[in-house]
Design a binder for this molecule. Structure first.
Ligand code: NDP
Length: 341
């Protein structure tokens, strides 16, 4: 059995989704209510691989909302994640992905030190951040979607916003080792970590976002921002490719500018329909087939009976592990979401 721990993107989203989650009476409740709500299993899932193998899973709604971070309700936010993990373990789930902000909260607030949740001792090897598969899929999107929109990587400048993060640093490692990308622009706020990444890669230009965006042919957005940024579409080159892997989205603006192609980042499409309701609730374009790559990682680990925290900690994702998860991703019928033709 695999598990997915997820959350909704805003209070408004949670209120709108309450009915579909099976709790119409929550629709008018405010942030205080969501701060005290316990985790619950919102969906039972069956996934079939193209190999014919069939597995079962469950979606656990943690009731975390990004507004909890924005309003400094840190205790509520951390409780949501630990309680959701305990809930997954109590239900005997072998491998559970910590979706969206769940793993960011786990890492940023050192939740590894809180192993005892009531009568449960959390077994961390039952959880994965899903970030190795997410980083792999984003790199595939860079490589394949750039061709679709006529950008040649050997002549392209790629800006990574959130470059020092777990996913961002893995994307930089892959682009450096496996592609002939001409230039990498590294964007984040903490200069020391940017310097460390630049030293590790032996390349990459550290730039503030306002300077990087107009120079980039491709922008990979993987910053952990509770709310998206509003950016004037005119700053981007034409053509350019914007791959937004944030959850919630890093880009607030609905960009409708000729030549500026926006792609949902870190999303995979399965070759077969999946019977679930959760991807309707998070507004996927093709809810029966599209899902977050981090969720797909726990599905892949269950298919392969690889019961281990495949992605764990921060900035430890190697190109070899990305290749390994990529190979099983293809084997079971997943492919990266590309630009619609
Ligand atoms: P991390 O916390 O490891 O890294 C976040 C990065 O963003 C850091 O480099 C951080 O650096 C940077 N950052 C944060 N705020 C800003 C800002 N305002 N401006 C510029 N840079 C900023 O996060 P992850 O790598 O785990 O996740 C990144 C994103 O990917 C999140 O939005 C997450 O929800 C999403 N995600 C998507 C998945 C999918 O399946 N599609 C799966 C998992 C995560 P600094 O603090 O120095 O600025």
């Amino acid at each position: 059995m695999f598990g997915l721990i997820g959350h909704l993107t805003t209070l408004e989203h949670a209120q709108a989704a309450a009915k579909e989650l099976g709790f119409p009476e929550y629709a008018n409740e405010g942030l205080d209510f969501w701060c005290s709500a316990p985790p619950f299993i919102a969906d039972n899932i069956t996934v079939t691989s193209v190999t014919g193998q069939k597995i079962e899973g469950q979606y656990i709604e943690s009731c975390f909302l990004p507004e909890m971070l924005a309003t400094r309700r840190i205790k509520a936010a951390t409780r949501k994640i630990l309680n959701a993990m305990a809930h997954a373990q109590k239900h005997g789930i072998n491998i559970t992905a910590l979706g969206g902000f769940s793993s960011i909260i786990f890492e940023n607030f050192n939740l590894e030190q809180f192993q005892h949740i009531r009568n449960i001792k959390l077994e961390f090897e039952r959880f994965t951040t899903g970030n190795t598969h997410t980083a792999y899929i984003i790199c595939q999107q860079v490589e394949q979607a750039s061709k679709q929109v006529g950008i040649e990587l050997s002549k392209a400048t790629v800006a990574v916003c959130g470059a020092t993060g777990d996913i961002g640093s893995a994307v930089c490692r892959w682009l450096d080792a496996k592609t002939d990308v001409k230039e990498l622009l590294l964007i984040a706020r903490n200069q020391e970590r940017l310097q460390q990444l630049q030293d590790e890669l032996g390349r990459g230009k550290i730039l503030p976002i306002e300077e990087a965006l107009p120079q980039a042919d491709i922008v990979v957005w993987v910053a952990s921002m509770p709310k998206g940024m509003e950016i004037d579409a005119k700053v981007f080159k034409q053509p350019s490719l914007l791959i937004d892997g944030g959850y919630p989205k890093n880009l607030e603006t609905q960009i409708q500018h000729p030549g500026v192609h926006v792609l949902n980042g870190g999303i995979v499409e399965h070759s077969l329909d999946i019977d679930w309701k959760i991807m309707n609730i998070v507004n996927m374009d093709v809810p029966a087939r599209q899902l977050f790559a981090c969720f797909a990682e726990s599905i892949l680990l269950e298919f392969e009976k690889l019961y281990t925290n495949f992605s764990w900690g921060r900035n430890r994702i190697t190109v070899e592990k990305m290749e390994q998860i990529g190979q099983v991703s293809r084997k079971h019928g997943f492919r990266p979401l590309l630009v619609e033709s």
